[in-house]
Design a protein. Structure first.
Length: 688
């Protein structure tokens, strides 16, 4: 620490100022390693684990019946960092276990996104600087998540990190720091593209997968690859009368470590690999052929071999092409065959497989087919609906062919964006538990001054107001004064009251009484900035397809505020089209959110996407089409789609950039299409 830094710290403390998180590395320098990756914004591991806000999981809906089992597979909408802090609490509480009772996740596979778009404009040097800043942010973004993933793994668990060539060299160093270089198991090169014919550059036709384990004693089931044709032709040159390809292996033990068995066989005395009894059995089975000198050789059939023991170059798995049956039209979708190999190698049936950047849902789909438990997290509504549809339409065979597979029950959860209308119906124990989790409080009942309190937040006492026992009762300034009279001299400088927002009769975030600050933590309400190190930042949904896989780093929580939409629907002919189509026009759009504790609203600029289910069954939204904001804007805010796939009713989901939804069920007749008949020739719009 420099003299200037010491003086600045003293000045800030004497002035009563708080030290920002950037001072942590000055006051508590990290342990010096032989080498490490150093970059702007790198936090200590301890700070990452301590400062991340845990957000509780709100069950939205369960698909399928559990049948009395304790485990539900989990599909979670939210920022994976905050979700993983909550999952880590579940692991510590014994609620995150594999079927054999082992705590923690057995296998993690992640295929994180890259923010490749650049809004920055400037000189070449300025652009280079900006790229470095963006690169450092991404490395730290992923490093924080790798720290939590390591903690979530079972002791014998493994992690596979899937990257492309742009950032893999940085992340290899980060993985060595987070897991330990001695726990690096393999770098897998996946040949995911055919050779390119661009002679002006060296084309990238592979991606990288880094394989690390939680400990030296990790679970690994040997896997095998098919032999390539060149190997087969050179080694298995013989074909028997049934068309079976085979090779001849030496049965003598000359030079074999450990020796062999010396005896005469068919007039030839040698040291053989097996005892004479085994040789007789091989002869009886027809598995011996003789050289011209009479030496016995073993017939080894190709179709009896498991294949080549798994290597670190995978060129036998094709990417998902435009014609693939398993394709679900999601960017960066990975083939099921790739995940089959990984899941089989590092997990057993009943183990938990986790994907924290779930995207198209390949990992959970494969886990389902291979009888594993699974956890899938994503911050995008598009991904959540795509995965939901995929899981409800699974086929048994890899590549999504064969008979239908009814998936085991899974529950959709919200994390960081909650539906208060559902929360307020919770029983008192569930409400109390959720309220404490929401604000990161310890569940620690205690009594002060005859008042029963529920927990602690950063060492200060917390009271969860029981609105079930006190219907109609209000919390006003007089209530706070009564609490202060009972506990004021015994509780320190802070006290927290958690209650539904409508129960409080004062608007300010806190009331000061004789040196004690009484905070009002309202539900629904975004977190008070003073209680957190960083400003609250919301999840953000993409408004065009190029942003679907951008990184999202949210802090805090918010509550669902359905946007208001003015729209019309009808049937008409587009210019240049022969057939009539349905159009849905977004006329007005108004979104609402509480950002940094303040109400905000936006118009069409806050619109993210329109999702449609052409044949809504009244129960489950089954995504059929997506229209991004930029597509609608270019088409005068109209979405056009064919008449033929329409069922009796259509579900339209309008989503804002914060993930809030407005849902509308539109009857076929209201569109202007009679049931079972072609669309009307005269355009007809219905105003809603």
């Amino acid at each position: 620490m420099t003299p200037e830094e010491r003086q600045e710290i003293i000045r800030r403390l004497e002035a009563g100022e708080e030290l920002s998180p950037e001072w942590a590395r000055v006051l508590f320098p990290p342990e010096k390693r032989e080498y490490e990756l150093v970059y702007h914004g790198k936090q200590r591991e301890e700070d990452v684990l301590a400062d991340t806000l845990a957000v509780p999981l709100q069950a939205v809906r369960t698909f399928g019946k559990n049948g009395g089992g304790a485990w539900h597979n989990m599909l979670i909408f939210g920022d994976n960092l905050q979700v993983m802090k909550s999952l880590l609490q579940m692991k510590k509480a014994g609620q995150l276990c594999n079927a054999d009772g082992t705590p923690g996740v057995r296998l993690v596979y992640i295929d994180p996104p890259f923010a490749t778009r650049r809004d920055f404009q400037g000189t070449q040097d300025q652009q280079a600087y900006q790229d470095k800043v963006e690169g450092a942010r991404f490395v730290e973004f992923l490093r924080k998540r790798l720290i939590f993933l390591r903690e979530l793994l079972a002791d014998d668990g493994s992690l596979f990190l899937h990257l492309d060539v742009r950032k893999c060299h940085y992340l290899k160093t980060v993985l060595d720091e987070v897991f330990g270089e001695h726990l690096f198991q393999a770098e897998i090169i996946w040949k995911c593209s055919s050779a390119h014919s661009d002679a002006k550059a060296i084309s990238a036709i592979h991606q990288n997968l880094f394989f690390y384990s939680r400990s030296p004693a990790y679970l690994y089931n040997p896997q095998y690859q098919d032999y390539d044709q060149a190997y087969v032709k050179s080694k298995y040159r013989h074909v028997d009368e049934k068309g079976r390809r085979y090779r001849l292996d030496n049965l003598t033990a000359t030079g074999l470590k450990g020796g062999g068995y010396k005896y005469k066989w068919r007039g030839v005395t040698k040291i053989w690999r097996c005892p004479v009894e085994t040789m007789r059995e091989l002869e009886r089975q027809g598995r011996i052929r003789y050289t011209k000198h009479g030496t016995a050789e073993y017939i080894r059939y190709l179709d009896e071999m498991p294949g080549l023991a798994l290597q670190d170059l995978w060129s036998d798995i094709n990417p998902v092409n435009s014609q693939a049956v398993e394709r679900i039209d999601y960017p960066t979708q990975k083939p099921e065959a790739l995940l089959v190999r990984i899941v089989n190698a590092c997990s057993q049936p009943g183990d938990i497989v986790m994907d924290a950047f779930a995207g198209s849902g390949t990992a959970c789909a494969v886990a389902e087919k291979l009888n594993r438990r699974w956890l899938a997290i994503d911050c995008g509504k598009l991904a959540i609906y795509k995965m939901q549809k995929r899981l409800l339409n699974l086929r048994k065979e890899i590549g999504n062919t064969g008979p239908k597979l009814d998936c085991k029950p899974f529950t959709l959860h919200n994390a960081g964006l909650y539906d208060f209308s559902t929360l307020k119906t919770l029983s008192w124990p569930d409400w109390r538990f959720f309220a404490l989790q929401l604000f990161g409080c310890k569940d620690e009942p205690h009594t002060i001054g005859g008042l029963t309190l529920d927990g602690k937040l950063k060492g200060a006492s917390v009271l969860v107001f029981n609105h079930h026992e006190n219907p109609g009762k209000r919390i006003d300034e007089e209530t706070i004064q009564d609490i202060h009279a009972a506990v004021g001299k015994k509780i320190g400088r802070k006290f927290f009251v958690i209650a539904p927002r409508g129960v409080f009769d004062f608007q300010q975030d806190y009331i000061d009484l004789e040196g004690v600050r009484y905070y009002a933590l309202r539900i629904p309400y975004s977190i008070i900035n003073e209680l957190h190190h960083r400003d609250f930042t919301a999840l953000k949904q993409p408004s065009d397809e190029t942003a679907v896989n951008e990184t999202v780093d949210a802090v805090g929580f918010d509550f669902i505020r359905p946007p208001k939409v003015d729209w019309s629907v009808g049937v008409s002919k587009r210019k240049g089209k022969l057939l009539e189509e349905v159009f849905l026009k977004v006329k007005k759009f108004q979104s609402y959110a509480r950002l940094r504790g303040e109400e905000t609203h936006g118009g069409l600029e806050s619109f993210s996407m329109l999702m449609l289910d052409f044949d809504y069954d009244g129960e489950v939204f089954d995504l059929d089409a997506v229209f991004y904001a930029h597509q609608l804007e270019e088409a005068d805010w109209e979405a056009w789609f064919p008449v033929e796939p329409l069922g009796p009713q259509v579900m339209a989901v309008f989503i804002d950039i914060h993930g809030n939804e407005a849902k509308e069920v539109i009857a076929r007749e209201k569109i202007g299409v009679r049931a079972g008949k072609a669309a009307r020739k005269t355009p007809k719009a219905v105003k809603v």
